[in-house]
Design a protein around this ligand. Structure first.
Ligand SMILES: NC(=O)c1ccc[n+]([C@@H]2O[C@H](COP(=O)([O-])OP(=O)(O)OC[C@H]3O[C@@H](n4cnc5c(N)ncnc54)[C@H](OP(=O)(O)O)[C@@H]3O)[C@@H](O)[C@H]2O)c1
Length: 298
């Protein structure tokens, strides 16, 4: 692939790692589009630590169309990133959305015209450890999954030679639902209890989590995802492999008084349940509580 211009919007855990990994590989022209200017990043990765200089734009009005745009904000910040998206997405641009939840293309469509959108399931753990510092941790066999189509393959090719990779997955829709199921269990339960994942070891929380998952699995099946009959218990077994002391993104946002990514996760399940006439009382209750926690600033 010839060198591409790659604009990264949102330089937090996920975007910071993506920008640093691409810049370190040196094959493409990386442009950082953060909310606050930064000159570079300290990049902690499994092989060591690197100081990564970054070309940074501070003002969306100064942006011009890029070959690739990587949107790496939290889902609720997508409209606020619209000014970047409108400027950076031209007729030949592809937009990769590195966000949790489903409906990636619908979220960005109002801002990117007809540009092809690549939904990305992110499996790597990216953490902003301090202002100007990010850390990559690998927690799964693949760093990211993308649809097994021409645009997904193009995104995988873009990352070739870098420290993070994307796997074009024929069962992308199923994987996206499995990631959503993990998120609608572990995020609300840790955020509302204000406890790290150790809380999932409680039998009463396990019972609640499984019941929330059963509701969401029924919705996922109605949406066409080929989820297994024992999907809820399989998801819970996966959660039990995560370290007890690990937080979650919603736990950290709650503790820091930041807005919560509730609408794109639990909110998606509740809204889809309503569309299909499938009751989701436990997830609806979680959504109400998360909205109240988020509105109160954590
Ligand atoms: N972190 C993970 O390990 C992980 C794993 C899987 C999936 N995800 C998903 O990946 C997405 C990104 O998560 P994250 O953990 O990287 O979040 P994050 O650390 O909070 O980073 C988001 C970044 O977006 C920036 N931002 C917000 N509005 C912006 C705007 N209008 N213009 C430019 N930048 C803007 C924020 O700026 P400020 O610095 O000014 O706040 C922040 O740096 C989420 O959907 C999350 O659920 C995360």
């Amino acid at each position: 692939m010839k060198p591409q211009t790659v604009a990264v919007i949102g330089l937090g855990g996920i975007g910071g790692v993506a920008a640093a990994a691409l810049q370190l590989a040196g094959r493409h022209d990386v442009l950082a589009c953060p909310r606050r200017p930064l000159a570079g990043l300290t990049f902690q990765h499994p092989g060591g630590t690197a100081e990564i200089p970054l070309r940074c734009l501070a003002d969306p009005d100064a942006a011009t169309p890029a070959d690739w745009v990587l949107l790496c904000t939290k889902t609720q910040d997508t409209p606020a990133a619209g000014a970047w998206l409108r400027r950076l997405a031209g007729p030949a641009t592809r937009v990769a959305v590195l966000q949790n939840g489903l409906g990636h293309a619908d979220r960005v469509r109002p801002f990117v015209g007809d540009a092809p959108v690549v939904p990305v399931i992110v499996y790597y753990n990216g953490e902003r450890t301090a202002p100007g510092s990010v850390r990559l941790r690998r927690v799964a066999g693949h760093d990211m999954a993308v649809p097994d189509d021409a645009h997904g393959h193009a995104f995988a090719a873009l990352l070739e030679g870098s420290m993070i990779g994307a796997h074009p997955a024929p069962d992308f829709a199923l994987l996206a639902w499995r990631k959503l199921l993990i998120n609608i269990a572990v995020n609300p339960l840790t955020a509302i209890t204000r406890q790290r994942q150790r809380v999932l070891r409680r039998p009463d929380i396990r019972a609640l989590g499984l019941a929330m998952l059963e509701e969401a699995v029924a919705v996922g099946r109605a949406e066409g995802a080929a989820l297994r009959p024992d999907e809820a218990t399989a998801i819970w077994a996966t959660l039990m492999t995560y370290p007890e002391e690990a937080g979650t993104s919603m736990y950290h946002d709650t503790m820091a008084g930041r807005p919560l990514e509730a609408e794109a996760l639990t909110g998606y399940v509740v809204a889809a349940g309503e569309r299909h006439g499938i009751p989701t009382p436990l997830n609806a209750m979680m959504l109400t509580l998360l909205r109240a926690v988020g509105d109160a600033g954590g």
